[in-house]
Each structure stands twice: as C-alpha cells, then as structure tokens.
Design a protein around this ligand. Structure first.
Ligand SMILES: NC(=O)c1ccc[n+]([C@@H]2O[C@H](COP(=O)([O-])OP(=O)(O)OC[C@H]3O[C@@H](n4cnc5c(N)ncnc54)[C@H](OP(=O)(O)O)[C@@H]3O)[C@@H](O)[C@H]2O)c1
Length: 385
C-alpha cells in the first residue's frame, strides 16, 4: 500500500487525483492533504480519506479550521514541507498552483520521494535544480500534464538518440480566431471559459494567452532533455492528440484520449504499469476530425517569450514565470487588460539581466525581483475608472 501526500488537494488536479486514488483503495492510502483557503472542502476530504496530516497555507484559514477530526493540522510553507518530507510518505502529488509549488517539490525530491508533478511552475523556475536533485536521490519526477504524460508514453517507442523532435499540442484556448483588436476587450469571465478542459483559474488564463504552452515547452525541455529547437508546438483544437514524438526514421507516435486529467494522473501513479480503469473510451467516429495548425505568434506572443526565456537560460525562465503569475492575477482582478499580460511579461524580461540559476537562493531572488518589477509595470498600465 503506497502512502500518498496530495498538495493542493482542493484544486482541480487535487480533486481529480483524489478521485483516482479512491478507485484503488487496495493500492493507495491518503497520508496527507493541503489547501490554501478552502477549508470547507478540506473538511469533507478529511471525512472521506482520513489522512494523518493536513497542511493549510493561509494563516486565517488555519486559525478558523475546526479540530473535530484526528488529522494533525500544519500551517503554511513549513507545514507543506513537513507533510511532503514525512518519512511515511511514499509519493507526493504536487498539485499546487504557481511559484509556491517550488519549495515543496524540492523538499519532496530532497527527502527521496517520487514526485508526481502537476505544478509545472516548479520545473519552469528551477528545472536544472529539480532534475539534479531527482538524480542525486535516485527518484522520479512523473509528469501530470496531459502533454508530458503523452510524450513520456510516446518515447517508449524508441531510444532517446532516435528522437527527432517533440510535438506539443495546444487547444489554442477560447480566442483562437479573435483579432488583436478583439483581444483588447476580453473580460476575465470570457477568458475563464476554456473550450475543452475544466481547470483552475491561472492555467485557464495561461491557456488563453498560450503562455501555458510556453511553460510546457520549458517543462518538456527539462523533463526529457530535449533542446528548445527540437520542441515544436501545434494547435489542435479538439484536444484529442495530447502530444507526439517524431523519430529519426520519420515515424510520428501520438498519444490520444478524451480530454480527462484522470488518465495522466493514473498513468503517473502506476508508472510503468497500465491498469484497467473505467475511463471513457475514445470513439474517433464521434470526434469526426482532428485538425492541426501553426500557432499565430503575432496574436499570442507569450509562446515566443517562453522560447526566448529558455534560450536565455539561467534565471530568465523564473522571471518569465513570476511576471506571468503577477500579470494573470492583475487581469483576473480586472486591473489590467488581456493583452497587457504579454506586455508585462515582455517588459519584465527586458529589464532582467539573466544570471546562472545555480542554487535555490538565485532562483528565489529572481522570482522576488520579477514579481516586484511586474507589479510596477502593472501599476503603470492599470485600467482607469
Ligand atoms: N487543472 C488542470 O487540468 C491542469 C492540467 C495540467 C497541469 N495543471 C497544473 O497543475 C497545477 C494546479 O492547477 P489547478 O488547475 O489544479 O489549480 P487550482 O484549481 O487553482 O488549485 C490549486 C491548489 O493549490 C492551492 N493553493 C493556491 N495558492 C496556494 C498558496 N499560496 N499556498 C498553498 N496552496 C495554494 C489551492 O488551494 P485553494 O483551493 O484554497 O485555493 C488548490 O488546492 C498548476 O501548476 C497547473 O498548471 C493543471
């Protein structure tokens, strides 16, 4: 029986992960859960999964949380660190959103835990450090992103030296056919309605700007050791082909399924095994057609900014990630316009002198600097009235 810690259990991935775990009670037990502020749902999850430990990031929510159960309740980042490094934990699922996920990812790997990673921001900020820590501790980082799970599956068809390129697919988000002029008027509500996936707010906005795909290019680079010029992005609005790998002989292997995050979560939990499940079967006759097109970089410049940051290297991807996090938050609060997200990220990157990201302090300093700079730039663009 594997003991699992689910960080961010009240979010979209966290809830899906618990659903998957609940289908295999003979294989997994839930050791720990965590939330930021959603203590109502955390209470329900405690009743259902009976964890030994829970962590609450937000101090006010921690104070309010009723102690009418047996779980030990931990507070803040120290609580998350303790939860994911507990000697009893076998595997950590990191389903936190944003840069807050980095330290728990490092802590889990450093404590010798296998890490099922949805929190792509960790890898964007500190790819080299995480991959090195996993190597040093002889543990695995198992991607919980449908694209990276797809690539991991496709790569089993050949040797690493036989890979020509990786082709990441992107739904294109809700504004695929909008003009630049139309994008200016987009509201947060419109940007939050994704055509094919139901996800948390930040990743939904990142999908609408294509920054999500940019973050995934960086994630793929670190997970699979492939340089950026051999990672291509294709828009695929049906979200059925989750990604592809082209091999040197011209064969392209694709992984397909209906869009449902439970499949990549289950794949990560059981890797390298495949387990019978009641996930819905893909009926291609019902889908009808699968289409692919080039991303429009002029319309959605965030993707290109992510490639640039990866090429610059060092602290540049950390800065890209931090500026995007701030800009998305400001957009969701109706303080800047949709196209400002890209402007803030570009402006912050322009003012940054990339340095080597040799240790955690370098990365945290760059993250702090970029968040401050991005906030200044947001204040300059603030919507009046
Ligand atoms: N959703 C998807 O389908 C999907 C697919 C692929 C990859 N991912 C990646 O998975 C990660 C999670 O995405 P999501 O869509 O599940 O996000 P989400 O629905 O917003 O959930 C995020 C989780 O993190 C917690 N959290 C937020 N801020 C926190 C903080 N400051 N400290 C501690 N905990 C905090 C939230 O607690 P509260 O509930 O209290 O807010 C929640 O449990 C992201 O990195 C995303 O890119 C998501």
């Amino acid at each position: 029986m594997k003991k699992i810690a689910v960080l961010g259990s009240t979010g979209s991935i966290g809830r899906n992960a618990l659903q998957v775990l609940s289908c295999f009670p003979e294989r997994f037990s839930v050791f720990g859960l965590s939330t930021n502020t959603n203590i109502k749902l955390l209470e329900e999850q405690i009743r259902q999964f009976k964890p030994k430990v829970v962590a609450i990031a937000d101090e006010e929510s921690f104070q309010k949380f009723p102690r009418s159960h047996d779980a030990e309740v931990l507070l803040g980042m120290d609580g998350l660190k303790r939860l994911c490094s507990d000697p009893q934990v076998d595997l950590v699922i990191n389903a936190l959103v944003g840069s807050v996920g980095l330290i728990p990812s490092l802590e889990a790997l450093g404590a010798g835990k296998n890490l099922a990673l949805a929190n792509k921001e960790s890898l964007v900020m500190a790819g080299e450090l995480l991959i090195q820590t996993a190597k040093d501790k002889d543990v695995e980082i198992l991607p919980i992103d449908s694209e990276h799970s797809a690539i991991k599956q496709c790569l089993l068809s050949g040797k690493k030296g036989e890979v020509k390129r990786i082709i990441l697919t992107a739904s294109g988000g809700p504004f695929l056919t909008k003009s630049k002029k139309d994008l200016k008027k987009i509201t947060a509500k419109e940007a939050l309605s994704h055509p094919t996936w139901e996800m948390g707010k930040k990743i939904t906005i990142d999908s609408a700007t294509l920054m999500n795909k940019g973050l995934e290019v960086i994630e793929a680079h670190w997970l699979f050791g492939i340089p950026s010029e051999r990672i291509k992005v294709l828009i695929h609005p049906q979200s059925i082909v989750h990604s592809m790998v082209e091999f040197v002989d011209g064969s392209v292997i694709a992984q397909m399924s209906l869009p449902d995050m439970k499949l990549p979560i289950q794949y990560a939990l059981f890797f390298p095994q495949r387990i019978l499940s009641n996930n819905a079967s893909l009926d291609l006759t019902k889908i009808g057609q699968l289409t692919f097109l080039e991303p429009n970089h002029k319309q959605f410049p965030c993707l290109h900014l992510a490639y640039q940051a990866l090429e610059l290297g060092g602290t540049a991807p950390t800065v890209l990630n931090a500026a995007d996090e701030v800009a998305v938050e400001e957009f969701l609060a109706n303080r800047i316009e949709f196209p400002d997200i890209q402007r803030i990220v570009e402006g912050t990157l322009r003012e940054h002198q990339a340095k080597p990201a040799a240790c955690l302090d370098d990365i945290l300093n760059a993250d702090k600097w970029a968040k401050r700079k991005a906030k200044e730039l947001c204040a300059e663009r603030k919507i009046k009235g």
